[in-house]
Design a protein around this ligand. Structure first.
Ligand code: MTE
Ligand code: MO
Length: 322
């Protein structure tokens, strides 16, 4: 009963999808990368057109109660307004620069404090546990937010399969390192590869998922294909894209954003309207998709998931452990 079949085009999305897949867009996009990056990103155009993303529907996932009350952010916004520094630091760059990224074949490696090192291919990951749709709010540390219908499996299921030992106190997520397919890595804006981490109990929390798809389809490249982490009560940067390795550790992982700016980005990175970023407020956010003049909305403690995760931090000073 799998899972992947060729996509049917939904009428409302015809323009976007056809544009996305047709050859003229491909040529334009390859040309655009030449212009926008003045030569830095040109390596990509030597690949063949076969690497064009092939939109695939996911079937057989179960709907869940999560987020049924939220209005989804339009697909076009979620796929063209991105943070993915491996493909450039601009919001519109990932959609353009990741067109030739190849998310398959893909293997996820498990190592560190585990019974034994393991690997799993992406197809087997799809079958590891029943897939679920989770509609979650996503709040970027920059002060904007979206509502996205993810498809994935609870990270706890993957961790059970990985068999960590009692020494495992943290989980480290390591993203792909490949400056040929990821032209943004030719610039040292972050310490590549992208590294993130969670405390073990955060990783095991039922809200934490490994996403393989969104909007009923496999993940687009710019959203982290073929697998990305989603931790909805934390700032978006905790949600690593294109993960190739999970390592269980005894000590707190040194994450890319903490290395880049320890006074601005913490390991915990819980959404918290009462702890401002040194350079801007975190008390409100701009919900993407409503147009420029939509009023900002209030940011909620733990992004509105306090009931499910608040107890993880009892007794902790969240202004120090930000
Ligand atoms: N590997 C990697 N993962 C990443 C990032 C990145 O630059 N590289 N950006 C993060 C940030 S800051 C955010 S807000 C989200 C954005 O996810 P989206 O573009 O799918 O909305 O991805 C996160 N995951
Ligand atoms: Mo972000």
């Amino acid at each position: 009963m799998l899972i992947i079949q060729k996509s049917d085009v939904i009428p409302s999305e015809i323009t976007t999808k056809e544009n996305f897949e047709n050859r003229r867009t491909f040529i334009k996009a390859a040309g655009a990368s030449l212009v926008t990056a003045s030569g830095i990103f040109t390596g990509l155009i030597h690949h063949s057109a076969q690497a064009l993303p092939n939109k695939q529907k996911i079937s057989g996932y179960v709907k869940t109660k999560f987020g049924a009350d939220e209005k989804l952010t339009p697909y076009d916004d979620v796929t063209t307004y991105n943070n993915y520094y491996e493909f450039g630091t601009g919001k519109s760059e990932p959609a353009i620069e990741s067109k030739l990224f190849k998310p398959s074949p893909w293997t996820l490696s498990i190592e560190g404090a585990v019974k034994k090192n393991k690997q799993i291919g992406i197809e087997d990951l799809f079958k590891l546990s029943p897939l679920e749709e989770r509609i979650y709010r996503m709040r970027c540390v920059e002060g904007w937010s979206m509502v996205i219908p993810w498809i994935g499996l609870p990270l706890s299921k993957l961790i059970q399969w990985a068999e960590p030992t009692a020494n495992a106190k943290f989980v480290e997520f390591i993203s792909l390192s490949d400056d040929r397919m990821m032209p943004g890595q030719r610039i040292q804006v972050l310490d590549w590869p992208y590294v993130e981490g969670l405390r073990m109990d955060e990783a095991m929390n039922p809200l934490t998922i490994m996403a393989l798809g969104m909007y009923g389809e496999v993940l687009p490249n710019q959203n982290g294909a073929p697998l990305r982490l989603v931790v909805p009560w934390k700032y978006g940067f905790k949600g690593s894209k294109a993960i190739v390795k999970i390592r269980f550790t005894e000590t707190m992982p040194k994450t890319s954003w903490v290395k880049a700016g320890p006074s601005e980005y913490g390991f915990y990175a819980n959404v918290n309207p009462n702890v401002d970023h040194p350079r801007w407020t975190q008390s409100s956010e701009r919900r993407i998709g409503g147009g420029l003049f939509t009023p900002r909305i209030k940011t909620q403690m733990f992004n509105g998931y306090a009931e499910q995760v608040g107890q993880l931090y009892s007794g902790m000073d969240l202004s120090k452990n930000f």
